[in-house]
Design a protein around this ligand. Structure first.
Ligand code: ATP
Length: 323
C-alpha cells in the first residue's frame, strides 16, 4: 500500500483534526503518500484533493471542528455518484480511504467498497457516542465536558431561586450525553430515549426531592427523549407542581465545538494510527474502535446496523446518587 486518502464526513466533532493528523503521520511514518480530501464525499466528487505531509497537520491537534471540512453529499446516495467517486480515487492513485464520521458516512463507505472494491476503514467521529463497536467515539468526551460546564453554571442560578431547570442536550436517538452529564453535573433526573419512565415517575421524583428539602432541581433531557419535547415537559410539570417556576435551556451547537479534551485527542490519535495499521494489514470494510481500552476492529456494516446498549450500571448509579 503506497497511497491513502482521508476525509471527514457528516457532523463535525472535536478531535477529528487529531484523527486526521494521526492518519497522516502514521502513513508518512510507513513511507506512504497521503491525500486529504476536503468537504467529505462532496469534495471527493469535485476533486478537492490536497497532498498532505507531516507539517500540513501541525498545530491542529488543539482545534475543534475539522480543517478538512465536512459535508453532506446527496450524490453519494446514488450508485452513479459512488462510481464517480471510485473513478476519482483511481485517477488520483489513491488505493485506500480512511473515512472519519458517523454511521451515515460508514454506510456510504460500505457501498463504495462493495461496488468498486475500494479499500475503506472507518474511524468513529461523532459527539453522540452512538456507534456500535467502540466504547467511545471521538468528540463525545469534549461534548460532555462542555455540557457539564454549562450545567454547573445553570445550577448557580437555579439554586439562587426556587427553580426547576430542564436542559436539553444533544445525542440524536441516544442518551449517552444526557446520562454522563446528568451524573457528572449532579442532576435530579435524566430523561433518555432508551428508557421512558413516564410523567408520573418524573413528578413523583421531583416531589420527593422537594420533600427532602431541595429547593431547585435540574433535569437533563436528551434530544431524542420521547416525552414530547422539553418545552411541553416544562409546561406540564410547572402546572402540576406547586411553588416551582420552570425554565428551559436548549444547549444546541455549543456542544459540538471547542478545544478537544485530552481524552479525545488521545483516542483520536490511537484510532488514526489503528486505521492505517488496519489498512496495512490488508483489512477493509472495518471500523477501528476501542473496547475495554484495547483497539478493536468491527465490520463497518455491523457498526452501522447494530444498536449500542445503554449501560444499565450507569442508570443505576444515576438513580442512586440523585436521591
Ligand atoms: P453524524 O452522525 O454526525 O450526522 P453521519 O456520518 O451519520 O454523521 P450523515 O449525514 O448521515 O452523517 O452521512 C454523511 C454522508 O454520508 C451523507 O451526506 C452521504 O453523502 C453519505 N451517506 C449517508 N448515508 C448514506 C447511504 N445510505 N448511502 C450512501 N451514502 C450515504
Amino acid at each position: 500500500l503506497k497511497h491513502i486518502g482521508v476525509l471527514t464526513s457528516g457532523g463535525d466533532a472535536p478531535g477529528m483534526n487529531a484523527a486526521v493528523r494521526a492518519v497522516v503521520r502514521c502513513a508518512i511514518y510507513h513511507g506512504m503518500e497521503v491525500t486529504g480530501i476536503h468537504e467529505g464525499y462532496t469534495g471527493l466528487l469535485e476533486g478537492k484533493l490536497e497532498s498532505l505531509n507531516s507539517r500540513s497537520v501541525a498545530n491542529i491537534i488543539n482545534q475543534g471542528g475539522t480543517f478538512l471540512k465536512s459535508a453532506r453529499c446527496r450524490e453519494f446516495y446514488e450508485p452513479e455518484g459512488r462510481a464517480r467517486a471510485a473513478a476519482q480515487l483511481e485517477e488520483s492513485g489513491i488505493q485506500a480511504l480512511v473515512v472519519i464520521g458517523g454511521d451515515g458516512s460508514f454506510t456510504g463507505a460500505v457501498l463504495l467498497a462493495r461496488e468498486h472494491r475500494v479499500s475503506v476503514v472507518g474511524i468513529p467521529g461523532t459527539i453522540d457516542n452512538d456507534i456500535y463497536g467502540t466504547d467511545f467515539t471521538i468528540g463525545f468526551d469534549t461534548a460532555i465536558n462542555t455540557v457539564q460546564d454549562a450545567v454547573d453554571k445553570i445550577r448557580d442560578t437555579a439554586t439562587s431561586h426556587n427553580r426547576l431547570f430542564f436542559i436539553e442536550v444533544m445525542g440524536r436517538d441516544a442518551g449517552y450525553i444526557a446520562l454522563y452529564t446528568g451524573i457528572g453535573a449532579g442532576s435530579e433526573e435524566i430523561l433518555i430515549p432508551e428508557q421512558s419512565r413516564g410523567m408520573d415517575y418524573l413528578l413523583q421524583s421531583l416531589e420527593r426531592s422537594g420533600r427532602k428539602g431541595k429547593t431547585s432541581s435540574i433535569v437533563i433531557v436528551a434530544e431524542g427523549d420521547k416525552s414530547g419535547g422539553v418545552y411541553e415537559l416544562a409546561k406540564t410539570v410547572e402546572a402540576k407542581m406547586d411553588g416551582y417556576q420552570s425554565r428551559v435551556t436548549v444547549l444546541g451547537h455549543i456542544q459540538r465545538g471547542g478545544r478537544p479534551t485530552c481524552a479525545d485527542r488521545v483516542l483520536a490519535s490511537r484510532l488514526g494510527v489503528a486505521a492505517v495499521d488496519a489498512l496495512r494489514d490488508g483489512s477493509s470494510g472495518v471500523m477501528v474502535g476501542v473496547r475495554n481500552n484495547l483497539i478493536s476492529l468491527t465490520g463497518l456494516e455491523k457498526a452501522c446496523k447494530e444498536r449500542t446498549e445503554i449501560n444499565a450500571e450507569l442508570i443505576r448509579v444515576a438513580d442512586i446518587v440523585s436521591i
